[in-house]
Design a protein around this ligand. Structure first.
Ligand SMILES: [Zn+2]
Length: 439
């Protein structure tokens, strides 16, 4: 039995003694993301609250009307850059007062979440470093594509292929839970994502972007916004699903559907994944009209077409690693896949609800295999896309006897790696007489 529950039971017995309107604050959790610190107060019900900031020293005060603290403030890790201490004050009359002592000025954002997943009512406070570039306000703005680092370089280099890797869930949102070992989906997805990022980082011409790289929650819309800000070429969301029962097995790949879900199972899974925001927290200023309009654009059809092609290539490789749940890419209304201009897929790597698959998903070995399979699928897709583009451009070179790749690259003023990539070549020199596509 965890402490929160003990406190909750303790409080239930006390409830007739205190005011019937009292809302109990019975736990506090902290999640640290690279750009903000999140505090989550567990509440026995919804409440009214006010927040204000004070300087000298910097602190944030939250007044909660009709609230009671049901125990001492849990021990938190104060090793982060912003939070120094959490204090609680309760005058005889008036609201419960929580004081956040800060190490430096922070900009707060706060919202109430209703019951979802493993949690009940919650008050969430996100603290952003006031001096750093990121702030609470930034999230409301549509993403202005930041110039990629290479674009600022003095000499223009061929553009890197940027692959956004989205580890599903995180922080407050554990995702699905295995029954045998209580494996949390959020840990598996991060494990696979990091392995995939390593493979991509080690490949010339490719750059990984980890949408999350730690145990914290990123809103579903913010996930694809981050990918767009990094000018990602592809977006891959990694999950490990659960359904009732222990029988379901195998991996599945999903793309966005233009209208609704393509079948009941797909709809069921999409609804579950989309509910993550109810657990992890949706920001109130999450309206993005520009993006909403772009979503209606017809160009989205092309993106979905490309997403399906990417999904096909991924399935070919995933089949080599283990069973697949369905042999076709499925389509459903996944929020996280709604980038209008980036081919995006969601991979349910296996069923965490199946005890055998749960056991595999826990192992680093299997996580590495999955990452390797996904990576091969991406390379298949990219090679095919580039070949198609090159055929369109119709630049071809017939290799002469003794001619090296380096020489051909010099002649056309392209990089050797680009040549290799475009032609799916290994480390060996191309055979005389073979035809090379020139990127
Ligand atoms: Zn998931």
């Amino acid at each position: 039995m965890n402490r929160a529950r003990v406190l909750a039971i303790f409080l239930l017995t006390l409830l007739p003694l205190v005011s019937s309107a009292a809302v109990s604050v019975h736990n506090l959790r902290q999640w640290r993301a690279p750009d903000h610190t999140r505090l989550v107060f567990d509440l026995s019900g919804p409440l009214e609250h006010r927040l204000f900031t004070l300087a000298d020293p910097h602190r944030i005060v939250i007044d909660m009307d009709g609230a009671e603290m049901s125990g001492p403030v849990p021990e938190l890790d104060y090793g982060g850059p912003l939070l120094a201490q959490v204090r609680v004050g309760k005058p005889e009359e008036g609201p419960l007062r929580i004081v956040l002592d800060l190490k430096r000025e922070a900009r707060p954002r706060t919202f109430i979440l209703g019951p979802a997943g493993p949690y009940g009512h919650r008050l969430v406070i996100d603290l952003y470093d006031a001096k750093a570039g990121g702030s609470a306000d930034d999230e409301a703005k549509p993403v202005a594509a930041a110039p990629a680092p290479e674009a600022r370089a003095a000499k223009p280099k061929p553009r890197m292929l940027v692959i956004a890797i989205d580890a599903g869930h995180g922080g407050e949102d554990p995702g699905a839970m295995g029954k045998r070992y209580r494996t949390r989906e959020k840990d598996v997805t991060l494990g696979v994502a990091r392995e995939l990022a390593k493979l991509i980082a080690a490949t010339p011409g490719m750059r990984p972007v980890l949408i999350r790289d730690g145990d914290y929650y990123v809103g579903l819309r913010d996930r694809f916004r981050k990918a767009r800000a990094q000018r990602a070429d592809l977006f891959i969301s990694i999950h490990a699903d659960a359904v009732p029962g222990k029988q379901a097995y195998g991996s599945s790949v999903y793309a966005l559907s233009e209208k609704g879900a393509s079948d009941a199972m797909a709809r069921f899974i999409a609804e579950k994944e989309n509910a993550a925001d109810l657990i992890g927290g949706v920001s109130l200023n999450d309206k993005d009209d520009v993006l909403a309009k772009v979503l209606l654009d017809l160009s989205h059809t092309k993106t979905i077409h490309d997403s399906l092609a990417l999904g096909d290539d991924l399935l070919v490789e995933l089949k080599r690693i283990g069973p697949v749940h369905t042999h076709k890419v499925r389509q459903a209304g996944f929020m996280v896949l709604k980038s209008p201009d980036i081919p995006s897929v969601l991979i349910e790597t296996a069923f965490i609800s199946n005890p055998d698959e749960e056991k595999k998903l826990r192992s680093r070995e299997f996580q590495k295999n999955l990452a390797a399979g996904i990576f091969k699928g991406v390379k298949r897709y990219v090679a095919r896309e580039r070949a198609a583009e090159l055929t369109a451009a119709n630049r071809e070179h017939v290799v002469r006897p003794g001619e090296t790749l380096a020489a051909i690259a010099r002649r056309y003023e392209v990089q050797v790696e680009a040549l290799r990539f475009a032609n799916n070549l290994t480390d060996r020199e191309p055979a005389a007489g073979s035809r090379l596509q020139i990127p």
